[in-house]
Every structure is written in C-alpha cells, then in structure tokens.
Design a protein around this ligand. Structure first.
Ligand code: HEM
Length: 396
C-alpha cells in the first residue's frame, strides 16, 4: 500500500476502546486515510458516510485478497470459502442457499422461542446482586438461538466463545490462532459427518442435503458456511445487547424515555445499532483495479476497510451524531453493512435485541453499573467493538 502524499496513521491499542474519536479526527482531515491497525496490517480506512456507502456498493472493491488466502488443500481453506469472502457469481450461489432461513417472516416465527430463552436467562439472574450482564445474558441468548437454528449442541458454546474470540482478535499469537482455528474446523467436520449420518431438523442438515442433492456446496464450503453463520450469528448480537445496555445506562434520560414508552423499542434498537456499532469496520476488501474514493487514489491490490462506526457518526449524515437519541430517524445507518454483503442476519439480530432489552427493563426496575465506566475493558479487536465484561447491579 502506498500513499506518497499522505502520512500513514498508526493506530494504537486505545483504538479498541474508542474508535469514535480516532474516526472523527481522521474524517476531519479526509474521509479516506492510510492506517496501520494495532498489531495488524495496513489498509485504507474510510470514515465518511457517503464514501463508506459508495465503497460498500462498489464492485471494484473485491473480497478476493490475492495474498491472504490459505493454500488450497490447507486445513484453513475450510474457513475461507464463505459468502462474506466471495465475489459474484459465487457469492450469489452461496447466499441463495441460506437466504430463505433468515427472511423477516421466517425469523418472526422464532419470537416465542427467543422470548422463552430470554425469560429463562432473566429468571436465573438474582436481583440485588452484582452480575456480569455480558456473560450471563448478552452472550447466552444469541449463542443459544444460533446453535438451535444450526443444530449445534449448545453445551459446546464455551468452546465456541473462546475459538471465535481468537479468530476475530487482532493481537493473538499465531500459534494460538492456529490451534483455535484448527479446533473449530475439526469440530465442524465431525458435526457435519454426524449430521450426514443422522440428519436433524436444522439448517446444517438442510445445507448438507442441498450439497448432496445438487452438488452445490463443496465440503470446505460447508464447513466455511457453518463457521460464518456461527461466528457472525453471535459475536455481533452479543455486543449490540451489552453495549446497547451500557449506552442506556450512560444516558439515563434515554433509558427513562424507553421505560416510559416501551413501544419505542423498534426505533431504540436502530439507534443503538447506529450508536454502538457492534461491527467497527467491515471485513477487508481489495481494489481489483485502481479506484478513486473521496478524492483519494487507491492502487490496484490495496486493502480497504470501511469504518461502519465512522460512517454512523458522520455529522454530514446524522445531526449531533455522538448523542444517543432513541427517537431519531436512524434509517440508513451502516451497522449491518450495505450492498451485496448486507447482513443476512439483520432481522434475527433486531428481533433478539428488541426482546432482550425490553425483557431486561421489564424484569429489573433498577439497573446500574457496578464499576466506573472508565474501567470497563474492551476486546482487542478492531473488527468487533465489544466489551470484555459488563458488571451491573440489578434490583426488581
Ligand atoms: C447486531 C448484530 C449484527 C451486526 C451488527 C451484523 C453486521 C454485519 C455486517 C456489517 C456485515 C457485512 C460485513 C462486510 O460487508 O464486510 C454482515 C454480514 C453478515 N452477517 Fe451479520 N451482523 C449481525 C448479526 C448477524 C446474525 C445474527 C447473523 C446470523 C447468522 C449474521 C450473519 C451474517 C452473514 C452470513 C453475513 C455475510 C453476508 C454476505 O456476505 O452476503 N449477522 N453482518
């Protein structure tokens, strides 16, 4: 990556906790800046809303990263062949196989089950005690839902939490990454073999059937799909719920507003998506040919990252963007991305977060942070913006 006339910004570990002030500073200079991520590679970082939206819809920005794909035949190929890593026409072929399972209407049928899981988790949380809301509520809800949908035994979820946290982190020793990625691949291979033998009424069994009948998914594509759905299905929603509750606790007037007017929940979830940004930047893209974005020349082969959380706080698009306002029109936010890779699970994430936040507020009349906000720790990932833990005190 070369930027002869623009200084490269080296982002430090403070970027994990607060990407917003970094984006605001960079955006004020220019909406597209060359950066080096903490512990990670360099890329062009897009922080302006208009430029971000245009980049996400630009077919010249490809998901094919020539230097970054594992050798064919290597075990890691089984994590690499999913729709979020694919360009057309493969992307459409892969996405078509799973689209039906995630339409708003199909997902709405999960409402009773999601409500029951939420009620069970809330029941298990004692009032007046200090609890880590992330570990005891925000994490188990989406992981249980996605495990049930896919047909993954939810007893294995703590393993998934560890493996997937490693895979999305920036600062992990290569041998730890290798060990966790291999464990996850082996796990899925064994699970898929079991399901081929004894199919269940679940999405993975349906995908195996699609593969076996029409030869549309290779074995590696099948493992990749399972991996993507499981990781994307929980890493993100966990943080919408946990960081969303934190945002409400830090904005007591907005929390009181939502308590007084529970019907605001739909608009509240959209604003929380815009404001807390569970996915900080979209996944890597690569310029398949020279591109100009925001007046900046990007050479062929250069990696590009779209800062969704930068776009969602761009004052040119959202007035007073650092203010949480549950009643504002947040439509057009980019928290779920844009273009052909727009989040497949958006209806599910919205449903889960709405049920979770409403259920929590209805069950506990008082929720407060158990530690000073400044001492909360954020995960060492630039992709996922999420808390390590959310200690709170709850009272009925
Ligand atoms: C609050 C929760 C969620 C957020 C903020 C979120 C965000 C995103 C974003 C930003 C992308 C596009 C990434 C890019 O273009 O590089 C994406 C794609 C995707 N998401 Fe989500 N997601 C959430 C929940 C879910 C859930 C519950 C699922 C369920 C399986 C899911 C499955 C996917 C899949 C499969 C893709 C790839 C789509 C494609 O490449 O065509 N996501 N998500």
């Amino acid at each position: 990556m070369t930027a002869p006339d623009i200084a490269v910004e080296r982002l430090g570990a403070d970027y994990f906790a607060d990407p917003y002030s970094v984006h605001a500073r960079l955006r004020a200079q220019r909406p597209v800046t060359p950066v080096v991520m903490p512990g990670g590679p360099g890329a062009w970082l897009i922080t302006g809303y208009a430029e971000a939206r245009a980049a996400l819809a630009d077919p010249r920005l490809s998901k094919h990263m020539p230097d970054w794909h594992p050798e064919p035949g290597s075990i890691f190929a089984a994590l690499d062949l999913h729709l979020l890593n694919s360009d057309p026409p493969d992307h459409a072929r892969l996405r078509k196989l799973v689209t039906k399972a995630f339409t708003a209407r199909r997902v709405e049928r999960l409402r009773p089950r999601i409500t029951a899981i939420t009620a069970g988790l809330l029941e298990d949380m004692p009032g007046r005690a200090e609890v880590d809301l992330l570990a005891s509520f925000a994490f188990p809800l989406p992981i249980t839902v996605i495990c049930e949908l896919l047909g993954v035994p939810s007893g294995d979820r703590d393993d998934f939490r560890a493996w997937s946290a490693t895979i999305v982190a920036n600062t992990v020793a290569p041998e730890v990454f290798q060990a966790h990625a291999t464990a996850m691949i082996r796990y899925f291979m064994a699970l898929l073999a079991d399901k081929r033998h004894e199919p269940g009424d679940d999405l993975l069994s349906a995908l195996i059937a699609a593969r076996d009948d029409e030869d549309r998914l290779s074995e590696d594509e099948l493992v990749s799909m399972a991996f993507l759905l499981l990781v994307a299905g929980h890493e993100t929603t966990v943080n919408l719920i946990a960081s969303g509750v934190l945002a409400l606790l830090l904005n007591p007037a907005e929390l009181a507003r939502l308590r007084a007017e529970p019907a605001l929940i739909g608009s509240a979830v959209e604003e929380l998506l815009r404001y807390v940004n569970p996915v900080n930047h979209a996944t890597f893209r690569c310029a398949a040919e020279p591109v100009e974005i925001g007046g900046v020349h990007i050479s062929r082969g250069d990696p590009v990252l779209v800062a969704l959380s930068g776009a969602n706080r761009d004052p040119a698009r959202f007035g007073d963007p650092d203010q949480l306002d549950l009643g504002r029109d947040s439509s057009g936010h980019l928290a779920f991305g844009h273009g052909i890779h727009y989040c497949l699970g958006a209806p599910l994430a919205r449903l889960e977060a709405g049920i979770a936040v409403s259920g929590l507020l209805a069950r506990f009349g008082s929720i407060s942070l158990a530690v000073p906000a400044a001492s909360l720790r954020w995960r060492p990932s630039t992709l996922i913006h999420g808390l390590e833990a959310l200690p709170v005190r709850l009272a009925p």
